[in-house]
Design a protein. Structure first.
Length: 567
């Protein structure tokens, strides 16, 4: 859907010059505007229609990772969890309607301080009483952690809270409960939200630790199937958490968009920045191979992942695909995109010099935001360990990559075969100590290997320019050079020679490749041009000799008085 949100004052505001509280509030207003612009329906959310996926790929998400965090939780997890209940529970229709308009914001409270991903042992309880339930956090380590539950002016909040149902003094499994956590001004009675300090270097969000002190809930708050004790607690819990599997694939889709921004910033700066040569001549820093390498790699990744993204969606929406395979494809997509983008963002940021360290130039901030997304809705490593183990145990299989004779596909096959051979040799199978020692460390690299093969094949079939495909292939090879040397006679000299050719072929088209990403209209950074730099500098707080002395910021005055205190 075409829109001009990137030109709206909410998105053109220089958020990096604002205080954290103001930035957070701005992000909530941006999120509301995005929801109102897209106007998703309950059916879009429930059935994950093409409009739902187009919404997830909106380039404006790359401008503010706080919006991504807010809406990933709100739309996919909160509204997505409510959506199947609408027909049987009409009272939820108003919640859904207000949520889709951004009139309220929803969260999904699962992980606890003392348990993290060990969700089967969460301790928040919902005890059945005659007129509803009592939701309670039994001790501080059972408090929910991360979802942004603090009160935000003008944005009432609700949450789906996963809690252990207690009925007649007996545990009846873990179920979802609908809870209003705050109104437009303050927290609801019995609920405490402690805002966490901002994450290092990333867009600020009001991430929090949330606890409940004997909060009464109506009977209608129960979103579970039934009160009976489930035969399989784990199976039931994972049925409730079906949207998290979807979220595993959604977050890296935003990362792909952000990678296009990173590549564009790196390329534009490299052409703009000149150094003085001999005499009066100057040359752009893009003339140097050390500058060309990370920029062209980022451009290649952006194009290749953009070609792969729709195939992941296609798999997720295929009714004939095993749900476990769908989740597996999301994990592979997340691991491959997340890890490669984190590495390239750091390399591009360093090639911007000191400018690359500042959040207002986006690259370093995006790197940290991607690191957060690598953990959100399933830590890459933990997901990889579980998935690779299940594949080795032949509980299901991943689709064979297209172009199965490619070097990258052969790499995946070789890693899998080697790990399977080790597993078969272990006396106690996957319960053997050496499975932990020898196989589990290969989990993430193995899944990224098949991700390389999937992405490479998608790029070939989508017609991504061959020089970019070649650069991607070489970048993938570097992740496990030892294997390619041993099994494909890929010597160091051959790698250098082939890499040089790929860069030489791509370099004349570098500007064209960046233009094809079509990201410039969605963002601006001070280092884009001399004009944007000059305009940005004028917005900075200025200090000069004529400033009135003794009137520093209040915080500094307070520190001054503390520094003179005696112990």
């Amino acid at each position: 859907m075409e829109h001009n949100l990137h030109a709206h004052p909410l998105f053109t505001t220089s958020s990096n010059l604002l205080a954290d509280d103001d930035r957070i509030l701005l992000s909530y207003h941006r999120a509301r505007l995005l929801l109102q612009t897209w106007d998703l329906s309950p059916e879009d959310v429930l059935k994950c229609t093409p409009k739902f996926w187009a919404f997830q790929e909106d380039p404006v998400f790359a401008l503010d990772a706080s919006v991504t965090n807010i809406l990933a939780c709100h739309v996919n997890l909160f509204l997505g969890t409510l959506s199947p209940h609408l027909r049987r529970r009409p009272h939820l229709e108003s919640v859904m309607e207000r949520g889709l308009k951004g009139e309220l914001i929803g969260n999904f409270l699962l992980s606890e301080v003392g348990h993290g991903l060990d969700i089967l042992n969460l301790e928040t309880t919902a005890t059945k009483v005659h007129d509803g339930f009592i939701l309670h956090t039994p001790h501080p380590r059972a408090a929910k952690i991360m979802p942004p539950t603090t009160p935000i002016p003008g944005f009432p909040k609700m949450a789906v809270v996963m809690a252990r149902l207690i009925l007649d003094n007996e545990e009846r499994g873990i179920h979802p409960f609908l809870v209003q956590t705050s109104d437009e001004r303050s927290m609801r009675p019995g609920i405490t939200s402690r805002r966490l300090p901002p994450r290092c270097g990333s867009c600020p969000v009001d991430f929090a630790i949330t606890s409940f002190n004997k909060v009464h809930l109506p009977t209608t708050a129960f979103l579970g199937n039934r009160y009976d004790k489930p035969e399989n607690v784990q199976f039931l819990l994972h049925r409730y958490l079906w949207r998290i599997g979807l979220g595993t694939a959604i977050l890296p889709m935003h990362v792909v968009t952000g990678l296009g921004v990173i590549a564009t910033i790196g390329a534009d700066y490299s052409y703009r920045r000149h150094i003085q040569g001999k005499g009066d001549s100057s040359v752009p820093i893009v003339s140097f191979r050390t500058q060309q390498l990370p920029i062209l790699r980022a451009i290649a990744l952006a194009h290749v992942f953009k070609a792969w993204r729709p195939l992941v969606v296609q798999c997720l929406m295929d009714v004939d695909v095993d749900p476990r395979v769908k989740h597996a494809m999301g994990v592979v997509f997340k691991a491959t995109v997340g890890r490669m983008t984190t590495t390239l963002a750091r390399e591009v940021g360093e090639r911007l010099g000191a400018q690359g360290l500042f959040g207002h130039n986006l690259v370093a901030q995006m790197e940290n935001d991607v690191r957060g997304m690598n953990i959100a809705e399933g830590d890459i490593l933990v997901l990889s360990i579980r998935l690779f183990s299940e594949i080795l145990l032949e509980r299901y299989t991943l689709p064979t990559p297209e172009h199965s004779s490619s070097l990258l596909a052969r790499h995946w096959s070789g890693i899998f075969t080697h790990s399977a051979t080790i597993l078969r040799s272990l006396p106690q199978g996957h319960r053997d100590a050496d499975f932990n020692n020898l196989v589990l460390p290969q989990s993430e690299p193995a899944l990224i290997a098949i991700g390389h093969a999937y992405a490479y094949a998608a790029a070939l079939d989508a017609g991504v320019p061959q020089p970019l495909v070649d650069i991607f292939e070489l970048l993938a090879l570097q992740a496990d050079e030892g294997w390619y040397i041993e099994n494909a006679r890929w010597t160091q000299a051959r790698r250098v020679e082939t890499g040089d050719k790929a860069i030489r072929d791509a370099l004349p088209h570098m500007k064209e490749y960046v233009d094809l990403l079509d990201m410039r209209k969605y963002f601006t950074v001070p280092i884009r041009s001399d004009e944007t730099w000059d305009q940005w500098v004028l917005k900075l707080k200025s200090h000069s000799h004529l400033d009135e002395a003794g009137h520093g910021p209040a915080g500094l005055n307070a520190l001054s008085s503390m520094s003179s205190a005696r112990l």
